[in-house]
Design a protein around this ligand. Structure first.
Ligand code: C2E
Ligand code: CA
Ligand code: CA
Length: 617
C-alpha cells in the first residue's frame, strides 16, 4: 500500500484522538477543580479511563470508515489519472485559457519535448489566427453552459502546421480552481478519406477532371444563379476505333492527352468535365456566341494535331454540340440532350466540326434514333435483303462475279438504300451484326446457285472497317465458309482505304484472310488519301476505281484513270471500274485494258432470282 493512502485518514483520526483526549483531561480536571471540589481520585481515574476507551474505540471505527472511502477516492483518481495520461486522445486542462495540464498525447501532437513547453502558454497560441473568433466563442460557451458539443476545429503547431481536429470540452476543477478540460482528436486521416470519397464521387479517375456528377452540380448551380452560359458537348470521333484496336490502356492514355490539351487551351475560361466515355462537357459563363465559336474552333484545332500512342502518331477529330442558356433550354436535362443533338448534327456534317443547337435538329435526331431502333427490329424481323450487281470481264464480256448490296425492306417506308442506314449502323456498332448477316446470306446464296448448277462466279461482300477490325472477324468468316460449304476462293471482301488508318493491324488481318484463300478488293479507290505507292504494301488483289473517276472519264482529262489502271497493273492488281453508265465509258476502259467493269450500263443491282435468270442465259 502506498504511504499516501493512509496519511490523510490517519491524520484526521489523530486530530480527533488528540482533541478528544484533551477534552477528557481538561473537562475532568476542570470538573474536579470547580464543581466536585473534593471528588475522589479513584472516581476521576475511572472516568478518564472510560473516556479514553471510548475514544480509542470510536477512533478505530472512524478510521476504518474514513480510510475505506479515502482509498476508493484515491483509487478512482489514480485510474482516471492513468487514463488521461495514457490516452491516445489529446487531453489538456486550462484555466481561463492558460494551459495548466497536458497529457503525453498532447505533447507528442504539438511536437513539444515535454509538458513544460506547453504548460503556462495560452490556448490561443495553438489556434490559427483566422479561427480565433470561433475558438473564443466556444470557450465562452463552455464556461456558461458547463460543456460544449463535439466540433471540428484546427490546431496550429509551433512548426506552423494547421491540423484538423475534433474537440469536446467541459468544466472541471484543477487544484481547487474552476478549469476547462478539453479532449481532442486528430482527424486528418478521416478528412483525407472523406476527400477521397468526395474525389471519387466528383472526379474522373483517368483524367482527374470533374465527372458527370460534378458537372450536374455545377450546371444546376449556374442555372439557380440564372447566369448566362454556353454548354458544349465534345465527342472524340475516332475514340472507339482506338480503344477497340489499340486496347483500353491506349484509350486511357489518349483521354489523358486530350484532357491535358483541353485544360491547357481553356485554362480558367471554362468548367471542363469528362462526361463519360469519349465525351467532354464544357461550361463557359457570360459568353456571347462569337466568343463561343472561337473557343469551339480553337478546341477543334488543338485536337487536330497528332497524338502519340505506342510511338505512333494518331489523328483524331472531334465534334462539338453547343447550347446557349437560357435560349436552348432551361433545365439541365434538356440542355444536355440538346447539346447531344447538336453534337450529332456536327458529326453528320462530316465530323471535326461544331454546331449550335437549333430546333430542326431535334427532328433529325429523332429520325436517327428511330433508324437505330428500326435496324435492331429489322434484324430480328428479317427486313433486310441482298441485291446483287454483276461484274463483267471486259475482255470476254462474261459475268465473273456479283457484288452483294444490302437493301432494307422497311414495313412502312418501303425499300431503303444503304447510304441512308449504313452510316447509322456504323455509328451505333450495329454494323457488326448487320455485316455478319450480309456475309452469311451472300455465301449461302452463292452456294445455292452453285448447287443449282449455275455458271461458277465469285461473290463480293462489302465489309465495314468496324467489322473488319473486330477481334473475331477472321474466325467468323472462316466459320461462315465452313458452315455454308462455299470454297474460299469464291469470296471476295471489299474494304475501303479507312483500313490504312491502322495499317499494321489491317495487314495482319488481310494476311490471315488471304491464308484462308479469300480475295481482297480495295473499294472506292481514289476517294481516300492513300496513293498507289502506299497500297503496294497491302496484300490486296483487286482495285476498284471509284465511280467519280469513271464519271469524269469522257468529259475531262482521262489521263487519271489511264494512269491508275497502268500503275495498278504494274503492282499486279486486278482493276475493277465501278459505275459504268454508258458505252463511251466502257470503250475507253476497254482501250486502257481495265480488267473488270461494273455499273448500270451492264446491270443495276437486282434481286437474287433475277441474277439466276441472267446467269442461265
Ligand atoms: P459501293 O460499295 O461503292 O457500292 C456500289 C454502289 O454504287 C451501289 O450503291 C450500287 O448500286 C451503285 N452503283 C453501281 N453501279 C452504278 C452506276 O452505274 N451508277 C450509279 N449511279 N450507281 C451505281 P448502293 O447499293 O446504294 O450501295 C451504296 C453503298 O453502301 C456501297 O457503296 C457500300 O459502301 C454500302 N453498302 C452496300 N451494301 C453494304 C453491305 O452489305 N455492307 C456494308 N458495310 N456496306 C454496304
Ligand atoms: Ca463495294
Ligand atoms: Ca465502291
Amino acid at each position: 500500500m502506498n504511504s499516501e493512502y493512509w496519511k490523510p485518514s490517519v491524520r484526521i483520526i489523530a486530530i480527533y484522538f488528540i482533541i478528544s483526549l484533551i477534552w477528557i483531561f481538561v473537562s475532568e480536571l476542570l470538573l474536579d477543580q470547580y464543581i466536585h471540589k473534593n471528588a475522589h481520585f479513584q472516581a476521576h481515574f475511572f472516568s478518564i479511563l472510560k473516556g479514553c476507551l471510548f475514544i480509542v474505540v470510536t477512533s478505530w471505527i472512524f478510521y476504518k470508515l474514513i480510510d475505506r472511502d479515502f482509498r476508493y477516492i484515491r483509487e478512482s483518481e489514480e485510474r482516471y489519472r492513468k487514463l488521461v495520461e495514457n490516452s491516445a486522445e489529446v487531453i489538456f486542462v486550462h484555466v481561463d485559457g492558460v494551459i495548466v495540464y497536458v497529457n503525453q498525447a498532447g505533447i507528442n501532437f504539438i511536437g513539444a519535448k515535454n509538458a513544460s513547453d506547453i504548460i503556462g502558454k495560452h490556448l490561443l497560441d495553438f489556434v490559427p489566427l483566422e479561427d480565433y473568433d470561433y475558438t473564443i466563442s466556444r470557450m465562452k460557451k463552455v464556461k456558461e453552459e458547463g460543456k460544449i458539443e463535439l466540433a471540428e476545429q484546427r490546431i496550429l503547431t509551433p512548426s506552423g502546421q494547421k491540423i484538423p481536429i475534433e474537440t469536446i470540452a467541459f468544466k472541471t476543477t484543477f487544484h481547487g480552481k474552476e478549469a476547462i478540460q478539453v479532449i481532442m482528436r486528430d482527424i486528418t486521416e478521416r478528412i483525407i478519406a472523406a476527400e477521397q470519397i468526395n474525389y471519387l464521387a466528383y472526379y474522373d479517375s483517368i483524367t482527374s477532371l470533374p465527372n458527370r456528377n460534378a458537372l450536374n452540380k455545377f450546371l444546376q448551380e449556374a442555372i439557380e444563379k440564372s447566369e448566362n452560359f454556353a454548354l458544349m458537348l465534345l465527342d472524340l470521333d475516332r475514340f472507339k476505333y482506338i480503344n477497340d484496336n489499340l486496347g483500353h490502356d491506349a484509350g486511357d492514355i489518349l483521354l489523358k492527352q486530350v484532357s491535358k490539351r483541353l485544360k491547357g487551351f481553356l485554362g480558367n475560361k471554362a468548367f471542363l468535365s469528362r462526361y463519360g466515355g469519349d465525351e467532354f462537357v464544357l461550361l463557359l459563363k457570360d459568353v456571347e456566341e462569337e466568343e463561343v465559336k472561337k473557343v469551339a474552333s480553337g478546341i477543334i484545332e488543338k485536337l487536330s494535331y497528332p497524338f502519340i500512342l505506342e510511338k505512333n502518331e494518331y489523328y483524331i477529330t472531334s465534334s462539338i454540340g453547343i447550347c446557349m442558356y437560357p435560349r436552348d433550354g432551361e433545365h439541365p436535362d434538356l440542355l444536355l440532350k440538346n447539346t447531344d443533338t447538336a453534337m450529332y448534327a456536327a458529326k453528320e456534317s462530316g465530323r471535326n466540326a461544331y454546331r449550335f443547337f437549333d430546333d430542326k435538329m431535334d427532328v433529325q435526331y429523332k429520325k436517327k434514333l428511330e433508324f437505330e431502333q428500326g435496324i435492331r427490329r429489322g434484324l430480328k424481323n428479317d427486313e433486310f435483303l441482298l441485291f446483287y450487281q454483276p461484274q463483267v470481264n471486259l475482255s470476254t464480256d462474261k459475268i465473273i462475279g456479283v457484288e452483294a448490296l444490302i437493301r432494307w425492306q422497311h414495313p412502312t417506308k418501303g425499300l431503303i438504300l444503304p447510304d441512308e442506314f449504313i452510316p447509322i449502323a456504323e455509328d451505333t456498332g450495329l454494323i457488326v451484326e448487320l455485316g455478319d448477316w450480309v456475309l452469311q446470306t451472300a455465301c449461302k446464296q452463292l452456294k445455292s446457285w452453285q448447287l443449282k448448277g449455275l455458271p461458277s462466279i465469285r461473290i463480293a461482300v462489302n465489309v465495314s472497317i468496324h467489322q473488319f477490325l473486330n477481334e473475331n472477324f477472321v474466325n467468323k468468316v472462316a466459320n461462315i465458309l465452313y458452315e455454308t460449304g462455299l470454297p474460299s476462293n469464291l469470296l471476295e471482301l471489299e474494304i475501303t482505304e479507312h483500313v490504312m488508318r491502322n495499317h499494321k493491324k489491317s495487314i495482319t488481318i488481310m494476311e490471315r484472310l488471304k491464308d484462308i484463300g479469300i480475295e481482297i478488293a480495295l473499294d472506292d479507290f481514289g476517294t481516300g488519301y492513300s496513293s498507289l505507292s502506299v497500297l503496294k504494301h497491302l496484300p490486296i488483289d483487286n482495285l476498284k476505281i471509284d465511280k467519280s473517276f469513271i464519271d469524269d472519264i469522257c468529259t475531262e482529262d482521262d489521263q487519271i484513270v489511264k494512269s491508275i489502271i497502268q500503275m495498278g497493273k504494274n503492282l499486279n492488281f486486278t482493276i475493277v471500274a465501278e459505275g459504268i453508265e454508258n458505252k463511251e465509258q466502257l470503250q475507253l476502259l476497254k482501250k486502257y485494258k481495265c480488267h473488270i467493269g461494273q455499273g448500270f450500263y451492264f446491270c443495276k443491282p437486282i434481286p437474287p432470282n433475277e441474277i439466276e435468270k441472267l446467269l442461265n442465259k
